[in-house]
Ligand binder design. Sequence first.
Ligand SMILES: Nc1ncnc2c1ncn2[C@@H]1O[C@H](COP(=O)(O)OP(=O)(O)OP(=O)(O)O)[C@@H](O)[C@H]1O
Ligand SMILES: [Mg+2]
Length: 482
Amino acid sequence: MTLAETRNYKDSSNPLLSLNYESALESLGNDYYDEVAAEEFPQHILRWRNNALLPRLGLDPQLVKNEDFITAFGKFQQRKPFLALRYHGYQFGEYNPHLGDGRGFLYGQIRGSDHELYDFSTKGSGRTPYSRAGDGMLTLKGGVREVLAAEALNRLGVRTSRCLSMIETGLGLWRGDEPSPTRSSVMIRMSKSHIRFGTFERLHYLKRPDLTKKLLDHVIEQYYQNLINEHDKYALFYAELVQRVAELVAQWMAAGFCHGVLNTDNMSITGESFDYGPYAFIPTYDLYFTAAYFDYYRRYCYGQQPSICHLNLEMLQEPLKAVIDIADLQNGLSKFAEYYQVEYRNLILKKLGLGNLHFVEADDLLELTITLLKDSQVSYHQFFADMTLTFSSQWRDEPAFVMNDSEIFPALGASAVFHNWCVLYHKILNNFDPEKMVIIAKNLTKYNPRANLLRPVIESIWEPIIEADNWQPFYDLVQQFQ
Ligand SMILES: Nc1ncnc2c1ncn2[C@@H]1O[C@H](COP(=O)(O)OP(=O)(O)OP(=O)(O)O)[C@@H](O)[C@H]1O
Ligand SMILES: [Mg+2]
């Protein structure tokens, strides 16, 4: 078989291989990537297949065999080319020109049934020219954590990439942050582009405005299709990116999520959330909560996320200046705070059951809720989950009903802030007709999943896996997010 024939070869018996792969990124030319080979692993055990994503690929989960996943996404048979994407990035504030896909590659691109272009990218598929001192691998625990984060965030309404599959690969890896040797995995992540802020930063570093413009045209054509025919599409692109990123951070904040490593190589040009390494969900509302143990100066702590994303957007202006007027860039960024506030307010009101209702005390309630969460240091997740569980139409009748249900939070009952919160929440409910209570109860259930992904929960999933190779708790938990 010639190389061209290999590239077009389709195994019609494997639905994952007979998908209609597109080559939007490949066709940009090899200034943006290197062709690489996948690692050959000693073992392939399918640990996770995301059936929920298959219909979006036009596939019936019943017709895709586990072996199909293994052939395509573990053995990497019958598909080429695999493209390690080139990028740089600001890591903890320092520019790093030695990055790029160091343990992954672009496997292929697929047009979903929603007409959006999706990337399938690997993580843990072996060394590339960008691996530096790394082994090119992903630990099994890293794979488990990324699958869980993506599903939990998706359930919480965050615009996120998701994992399509995770296969255990039978290697023993050495890591400073896991008892070693530790088990290995390879993952396929489905996302709306793996082009990062750092992809543009590299082109600026190389002084290639021509390549910047070509990439920007590609990004707009594929991911900002509503702007294609606008005469000022470049300015509008940046303005929309600012909005998407501001909304994304608001989604993280409302979800109580701390990404952990908001370097510019982990920021997507489509404003989608991805790369779930040392992330954590906040146990309590604490702006200084820091997810990554190596983030000594709390640069990426929970409360810093909005300003860090603003800074990352500001730094992206440098490469974009090659194509977009500086005044347009500044104007675009000036709306960040407003977009963030609007989205955050909406999301917290949704979590309080009141998202789609109009009432004058909305800002007071938002402020008081945050004060309550901050002062009391009750569990951020549990506050909303218990509110969902205990809410009743009686809360409309008397503030005392709200307070009495507070037995779930004995510490809250005595506080003046909680008393004020109950009075205000009751007053707001009292403005509405009794039948609106049903809508509020439904909203609470919709926006406050019962399951959570706090650190002890992840550990309780991981323990049965390492101790008895028992994956049931993992499947049960993912199921609750889907
Ligand atoms: N084990 C490893 N071997 C080789 N390169 C690695 C390894 N771990 C991380 N890298 C590289 O270090 C850089 C920063 O890693 P980071 O953890 O942000 O990304 P990642 O998790 O590997 O991938 P992604 O951002 O696609 O989720 C990236 O260029 C990544 O490819
Ligand atoms: Mg990364």
